[in-house]
Design a protein around this ligand. Structure first.
Ligand code: FMN
Length: 649
């Protein structure tokens, strides 16, 4: 056993958990209000249990709907119609040997009025928080009266009893991330003068009462976890030393203290709660480590963990007793099993693009850029039949979509050949080789290549597939995943040698000079800017639109904002009109300006490789196109299309 500490059992209350990896509370919006958790939602949690996590927690289940609903897509624990689907979820998790956990939550001052993402949610019902206040949107938050506090405390108890009766083996009480109990604990949001405000003991009183109610409902030996933010990372919020004092109080009533970080309503803080790709893995472990020294109960840590070695070290060195993960287990629910069985090189790593969170708010679904099964678990309940006899499949293009299609087709029993005109597989992911914060994305290409080799796919790099070549190959099935190439806008000077694009990022010595002007502040332009700034370049970005990173997910854009604003000279509503070897001419509102620079980096978008598509059409009736060669888009689309087309053929 390579990770003896990570895979050693732990006993909490009356339960022994099979290892130290817990799937942290993850709320999905696939809930029908007044009815039930959808089957897709249950299937998502079930995968985490099948993959080997010791505990799998449902996220943000609301204990008191009239005052607690921070958005409509949350499970309502005081609604009797939820019961059967809750029981189904508990069964789906526990039948694979994991402990089913349920998180009890309440939105507090964010309930019934505004979700920080959508800014739109209003039920018309009043919102209550620790203090009376007026939101920037003009909604009056009322000070929560003591009778209501008592009612909500009772609701915590009722919800815990319901969860236990439905088959859940553990309760997680959410006391972090800026929701109700946290709002009371925080000096930033609680200025009450009664017994629920002022001293730290008073601010923690509500949480302690809720924990007492939970304990009374579930009994002495039933495991109860409390989730807190070790520090708030927001101006006016509590720091780690105050977090330690909070931890000392709550830890006396629980079996596991889960030390998370941050608040959800401060964008700078929420990319610490969910560490962005610009943060170190395990950047919040120090919080748990410090708190563990001050409390007697076991402590869990969380935040961008995905490496079994690192997690083993955390447990072995006593920094924490349990490691929790959300996104890493979305990217690969089988991470625990793969680590336990020495197949770490098969783990698909989360790239921290925030597609998962973004989708929960935009499409009210869950998706993952690198795991096409997420959100489609039910379609995957059964493997498609083996192809018999296997056909001769030719996949053109070894980017993420092509690799995925080739892999799935090979798993079905086809004889698959994958060609790429570059010397390595990976497509645009190869541009990330020298970009430290994109390490995972680059690693994805290598990981897929290993899987392809194991699956027996014939890989032919450095092979340009012409029509003649493809016809001679005589494929039964042809999949074109030829990708896209950088778009060159018709700007005088665009072909000069001082103009670079993403293809140049593939080279370590790419000749990019000190002063760089980037054309285009989309995702590629902004990420390139962040990378070049980190390397010490002086960066100006020209963007014709009035906004930047419009193609980034909301949370990633937030992280990019921290990287770029104040570090680069970002000029919106500005277009490039001419490039020379020494400068670029920019134009805004009809006024032109010469900006001296050494290099111009063109990030004006991508164009599909229509030429390859045109060459390959009509060779076989079983012909498919996917990914960027159809329409440049998200990594998710390429991988998802590749996956399902690979299974179709
Ligand atoms: C899609 C998604 C939904 C989440 N829902 C919840 C939730 O309902 N309750 C909660 O306490 N945390 C929730 N979180 C936060 C995670 O539990 C976790 O703290 C955070 O993602 C950082 O861990 P990670 O880096 O392993 O993803 C959610 C995270 C994601 C990505």
């Amino acid at each position: 056993m390579k990770y003896p500490h990570l895979f050693s059992p732990i006993t909490l209350g009356n339960l022994t958990y099979r290892n130290r990896i817990f799937a942290s509370p993850t709320g999905l919006p696939m809930v029908i209000p007044g009815e039930f958790l959808k089957r897709e939602c249950i299937a998502f949690y079930e995968q985490r249990a099948k993959g080997g996590a010791a505990s799998v927690s449902l996220g943000d289940c609301i204990v008191h709907t009239p005052t607690g609903l921070q958005h409509p897509y949350k499970p309502r624990l005081d609604d009797p119609y939820i019961i059967s689907s809750l029981a189904a979820a508990a069964r789906a998790i526990s039948r694979h040997g994991a402990v089913a956990a349920l998180e009890l939550s309440h939105g507090g001052k964010f309930a019934n009025n505004a979700n920080f993402v959508t800014k739109t949610m209003s039920t018309g019902l009043p919102a209550y928080g620790p203090d009376e206040e007026m939101t920037p949107e003009g909604v009056l938050i009322r000070e929560m009266p003591e009778e209501l506090i008592n009612t909500i405390v009772e609701a915590y108890g009722n919800a815990a009893r319901l969860a236990k009766n439905m088959g859940f083996g553990m309760i997680v009480v959410h006391g972090g991330h800026g929701w109700l109990l946290h709002q009371f604990m925080s000096p930033k949001t609680n200025h009450r003068k009664d017994k629920f405000g002022g001293s730290l003991e008073n601010r923690c009183r509500f949480a302690l009462m809720a924990l007492d109610a939970v304990r009374a409902a579930v009994g002495k030996s039933f495991p109860v976890e409390f989730r807190m933010s070790g520090a708030e990372f927001t101006p006016g919020g509590y720091d780690l030393e105050e977090g330690v004092e909070i931890a000392k109080l709550v830890s006396q009533k629980i079996d596991l203290l889960h030390v998370s970080a941050g608040v959800h309503d401060d964008p700078d803080s929420t990319v610490i709660t969910h560490p962005s790709m610009f943060e170190e893995h395990g950047r919040n472990v120090f919080l748990a480590e410090r708190i563990k020294k001050a409390v007697d109960c076991p402590v869990a840590t969380i935040g961008a963990l995905n490496d079994p070695e690192q997690m083993e070290e955390i447990i072995a060195s006593g920094k924490a007793d349990v490691v929790e993960m959300s996104r890493a287990l979305t990217a690969d629910p089988y991470l625990p099993l793969k680590a336990a069985s020495g197949r770490e090189d098969e783990i698909v790593r989360c790239i921290r693009c925030f597609l998962c969170l973004n989708q929960t708010t935009s499409t009210r679904n869950i998706r993952c850029a690198v795991n096409p099964v997420i959100g489609a678990e039910l379609e995957h309940a059964y493997e498609p039949p083996k192809a018999a006899p296997g056909k001769r499949v030719l996949v053109v293009g070894g980017g993420p979509g092509g690799m995925e299609a080739a892999l799935e087709a090979a798993k079905r029993g086809h004889d698959v050949t994958l060609c790429d005109d570059h010397d390595r597989l990976g497509g645009q992911m190869l541009c990330e080789e020298f970009v430290p914060f994109k390490r995972e994305m680059y690693g994805y290409a290598g990981q897929k290549q290993r899987e392809l080799e194991k699956a027996g796919v014939h890989i032919r790099c450095g092979t340009k597939v012409t029509r003649q070549w493809a016809e001679a190959f005589k494929p039964d099935i042809l999949i074109c995943a030829a990708g896209a190439s950088p778009l060159k806008p018709p700007i005088p000077g665009i072909d000069l040698p001082n103009v670079k694009d993403i293809d140049d990022l593939r080279k370590e010595d790419n000749g990019i000079g000190k002063r760089v002007v980037i054309i285009g502040a989309g995702l590629v332009g902004c990420e390139t800017a962040a990378h070049l700034l980190n390397l010490g370049h002086e960066v100006t970005i020209l963007e014709m639109l009035d906004d930047y990173a419009v193609d980034a997910t909301l949370w990633h854009k937030q992280a990019l904002r921290q990287q770029i604003i104040g570090r680069a000279d970002l000029r919106l509503g500005t277009r490039a009109v001419e490039i020379t070897p020494e400068h670029i001419t920019a134009e805004k509102d009809g006024v032109r300006e010469i900006i001296p620079c050494d290099t111009v980096f063109c990030a004006a978008g991508l164009k599909p490789r229509v030429d390859v598509r045109n060459e390959l059409r009509g060779i076989t009736p079983y012909y498919y196109e996917l990914g960027d060669c159809l329409k440049p888009g998200l990594l998710f689309h390429a991988i998802s299309q590749g996956h399902f087309i690979g299974r179709d053929v």
